[in-house]
Design a protein around this ligand. Structure first.
Ligand SMILES: Cc1cc2nc3c(=O)[nH]c(=O)nc-3n(C[C@H](O)[C@H](O)[C@H](O)COP(=O)(O)OP(=O)(O)OC[C@H]3O[C@@H](n4cnc5c(N)ncnc54)[C@H](O)[C@@H]3O)c2cc1C
Length: 322
């Protein structure tokens, strides 16, 4: 992202809005703020955080063959750059606090920026099993999201790696596309209650407890062929779904008195408003988010619309909530 900032909005001259995170949610929010002519700063890290190799994203209206995420972000940044009131900064925000009703953000270049409003869009990172070459398959045949990639699995051999009701639920959901599913716990306690066991058995989904020692496949084209177990046996697979949790920026979030779900997800109302006045959140970091590009963009837009209304002076509105 081309950097375009000035220093006049340091303590003393606040931005109307700082948007933390320049993914689909933050970029969508920035477009709205630009069209509201709001002095806004979008802060996004210098390099993408994610190690997922992901050529194509699906379910985005108008792109039936999928859209490269990097292309979508590039177009989003070009769109945001059209609006003079929006500045961008490439840095990692390390510290957020509230001082005299203003949000004060300090980044890794030790630059401090202040704003009346804040939209938090830092995203999350999906965890993968710990195999040396796992990122060669990630996003091509190693997935985390049935909504994104289940459609590729019609009639294919699929494994879910994980434990507990969430993994059992994912395995059951995948029967939408295929009957060839195995739930692999990779030597962990399956943590499946009676309902899980009963429904998995009824769907012909085996639970395999053996430790997985290696992945085989073609790292060049990213296509998995099998899991290799500690006893030397192989499970042939075309696709795998990891349900191993997420890495959320909890240290950052806990610097604010935010209501968090399970200490990791930002609770918002239907306007994407947090419990803190003039502080909104959007995208994957929101509690119960459907982690999809279209949803991230939609929630970013919603956050910007309602922050704009909250910032309007009384003389410019009759009601703030319709
Ligand atoms: C492998 C994979 C495949 C996917 N496939 C699909 C698909 O097919 N279809 C679909 O609809 N969705 C898909 N998704 C989901 C989609 O990509 C996400 O829902 C969407 O990117 C979330 O947008 P976001 O803006 O909330 O977060 P992100 O896209 O994660 O963006 C967050 C941004 O904030 C930045 N940031 C974080 N912390 C800081 C900080 N402290 N300071 C400054 N910047 C910070 C990050 O660097 C990043 O640029 C996929 C996701 C993954 C990982």
């Amino acid at each position: 992202m081309a950097e375009h900032t000035d220093n006049q909005h340091d303590i003393g001259k606040p931005f109307d809005c700082i948007i933390l995170g320049g993914g689909p949610a933050g970029l969508a929010a920035a477009v709205y703020m630009g069209r509201y002519l709001r002095p806004t700063l979008l802060i996004d890290e210098k390099a993408p955080r994610t190690r997922w190799h992901r050529p194509t994203a699906h379910n985005v209206l108008g792109y039936p063959a999928g859209i490269q995420r990097s292309q979508l972000l590039e177009w989003g940044r070009a769109h945001v750059a059209l609006y003079e009131s929006v500045q961008t900064r490439n840095a990692t925000v390390l510290d957020i606090r509230i001082h005299k009703d203003l949000f004060v953000l300090t980044d890794d270049d030790n630059q401090r920026r202040v704003a009346r409003g804040l939209i938090l869009c830092p995203g999350i990172e999906y965890l993968l099993p710990d195999f040396p070459d796992v990122f060669a398959y990630a996003g091509i045949s190693m997935h985390h999201c049935p909504e994104c990639d289940g459609y590729k699995c019609i009639g294919k051999h699929v494994a879910v790696i994980g434990t507990g009701r969430g993994s059992a639920d994912m395995a059951l959901n995948l029967t939408t596309w295929t009957d060839h599913i195995t739930l692999c716990t990779n030597a962990q306690d399956p943590d499946c209650d009676d309902e899980c066991v009963r429904k998995l058995a009824a769907a012909n989904i085996a639970i395999d407890l053996r430790p997985i020692t290696a992945l085989t496949g073609n790292p060049e084209d990213g296509k998995l062929e099998a899991f290799v177990f500690a006893d030397g046996a192989r499970l042939s697979i075309d696709h795998a779904f990891a349900n191993l949790g997420t890495d959320n920026p909890v240290e950052l979030l806990r610097q604010l008195p935010l209501d968090l779900q399970k200490g990791r997800w930002i609770k918002v109302d239907h306007r994407m408003r947090t419990n803190i006045p003039r502080c909104y959140a959007a995208g994957d970091i929101v509690a119960y988010a459907q982690t999809q590009l279209s949803v991230a963009m939609g929630t970013g837009a919603t956050a910007a619309i309602w922050l704009h209304k909250e910032l309007l002076p009384d003389t410019m509105c009759l009601a703030r909530e319709w």
